[in-house]
Design a protein around this ligand. Structure first.
Ligand SMILES: Cc1cc2nc3c(=O)[nH]c(=O)nc-3n(C[C@H](O)[C@H](O)[C@H](O)COP(=O)(O)OP(=O)(O)OC[C@H]3O[C@@H](n4cnc5c(N)ncnc54)[C@H](O)[C@@H]3O)c2cc1C
Length: 398
């Protein structure tokens, strides 16, 4: 029986494990931390990864709140709205869902058959020859398989072994996230809004069946300068010129439900695979959260990787190479495009350059550029990705 060892049980690793198991492969999924849980922040998933989750047998009923997205200015002035996408809404329920990250992880872990996942198992190295690949763990254990998948996130050990240490790029801004309950705002629409150098968004989410809100505030922040002080006070000062509901959402959020993370990504890799080893998700293409698609891409990667390995004799190095090459052909350019788009958006919205800020805001307020660049591009990507999952012969359910 073919075997695949997956390192890292984030959304990408769990997706690959579920898809490969359904394809009849013996899977081992090793997670370095003692649980698969995640910090309690909001997460947006678009239709394609939601479709993948459903196909992988994950119970998505009530997992996320459907919403339409719209861009606006910090004072509430509308800029662009995502159009209705009746085809996607019919097939998936919505183009976009807001949820709490731990709820997603819990649902995915619950779909994994017993015996696949082992927690508290940190990969510290690997070796391969033409026949097999072996991962070594910090507890002295090891696992041997036909193929090894590094799904171990932005600081990936597997990536370092294959491609060297590389660098992680800080973008010059940080992302605050929180979630809370608040009655009043329209739950059909999520907003993404900007002032001169800050971006904020808020969308409805469901958490254990109850209606909540998630919000993000992205603000410029000098490299290496630590934050100290009261997060709620700091954010409400930054948002003084913003109209509700954002300030009200921040005020309604318990301090222990506010997280702050630096926005980073990694340069594009020339290739993801070497011999019997490949990468997926953030390990392959860490992307700034500006795309709100990193977890979505990781889930898609796992699904498409399994589809490309299905039906191949994984003991044969030639077939393994062919499967991994087909997977990379399918995923590398698409994910690189999304990562580059996220990087450009971040630069455009947080640039300290005053003349550029002025020009950008004129274009956003008085032209159709937001629709054409932001909305149309994103809508096209959603449709293409849905087609890749449902289309004939490409991402058939493994
Ligand atoms: C502020 C912020 C907001 C975001 N919002 C969104 C969003 O709204 N929508 C979206 O789609 N994406 C979003 N993302 C991106 C998303 O979080 C990541 O892209 C996604 O988590 C990547 O999934 P992954 O499975 O590849 O890696 P990870 O989620 O990083 O999982 C990797 C796993 O590997 C484990 N691991 C690491 N090293 C080892 C080792 N040596 N041995 C064993 N296990 C190991 C880790 O413990 C972890 O569990 C956001 C990111 C940030 C920073």
């Amino acid at each position: 029986m073919a075997s695949v060892a997956i390192i890292g049980a984030g959304p990408g690793g769990m997706s690959a494990a579920l898809a490969l198991h359904r394809a009849g492969v013996r899977v081992s999924l090793s997670e370095g931390r003692s649980t698969t849980g995640a910090a309690g922040s909001g997460l947006s998933l678009s239709a394609p990864p939601m479709l993948v989750l459903r196909r992988l047998g994950v119970d998505v009923e009530g997992l996320g709140a459907p919403a339409r997205l719209a861009f606006c200015r910090h004072d509430g002035r509308p800029r662009a709205a995502f159009p209705a996408l009746p085809d996607i809404e019919r097939d998936v329920g919505s183009a976009f869902f807001g949820m709490l990250r731990p709820d997603l992880y819990e649902r995915m872990a619950a779909a994994l058959p017993a015996g696949i996942l082992r927690t508290g198992r940190r990969c510290v190295g690997l070796e391969q020859d033409g026949e097999r690949v072996r991962a070594r763990f910090s507890d002295g254990g090891q696992v041997t398989a036909d193929v090894l998948v590094g799904a171990d996130g932005i600081g990936s050990t597997v990536r370092r072994v294959l491609h060297g240490p590389g660098r992680i790029d800080y973008h010059g801004f940080v992302c605050w996230q929180g979630y809370c309950e608040l009655e009043g705002p329209n739950r059909e629409v999520g907003r993404i809004c900007h002032d001169r150098d800050t971006q904020a968004s808020w969308t409805p989410i469901l958490h254990r069946g109850r209606p909540y809100w998630q919000w993000w505030v992205l603000e410029p922040w000098p490299k290496g300068v630590p934050f100290s002080g009261d997060a709620t006070r700091h954010l409400s000062r930054r948002l003084t010129a913003w109209t509700d509901p954002l300030p009200a959402l921040v005020a309604a959020t318990r301090p222990d439900r506010i997280l702050r993370r630096e926005v980073v990504d990694r340069p594009r890799l020339r290739t993801w695979s070497a011999g019997r080893v490949t990468l997926l998700g953030d390990a392959a293409h860490a992307t700034s959260p500006y795309a709100a698609y990193g977890a979505g891409m990781a889930i898609e990667d796992g699904y498409h990787l399994a589809a490309q390995l299905t039906g191949r004799d994984l003991s044969d190095p030639v077939q393994v190479r062919a499967g991994l090459a087909a997977y990379e052909r399918q995923r590398a350019a698409r994910t690189a495009r999304t990562a580059a788009f996220a990087r450009r958006l971040g630069r455009a919205f947080h640039s300290p350059n005053r003349p550029w800020q002025h020009l950008r805001d004129l274009l956003l307020d008085h032209t159709t550029i937001p629709e054409r660049l932001l909305v149309a591009g994103y809508t096209r990507t959603l449709r293409e990705e849905v087609r890749l999952v449902t289309g004939p012969g490409r991402g058939d359910p493994p």
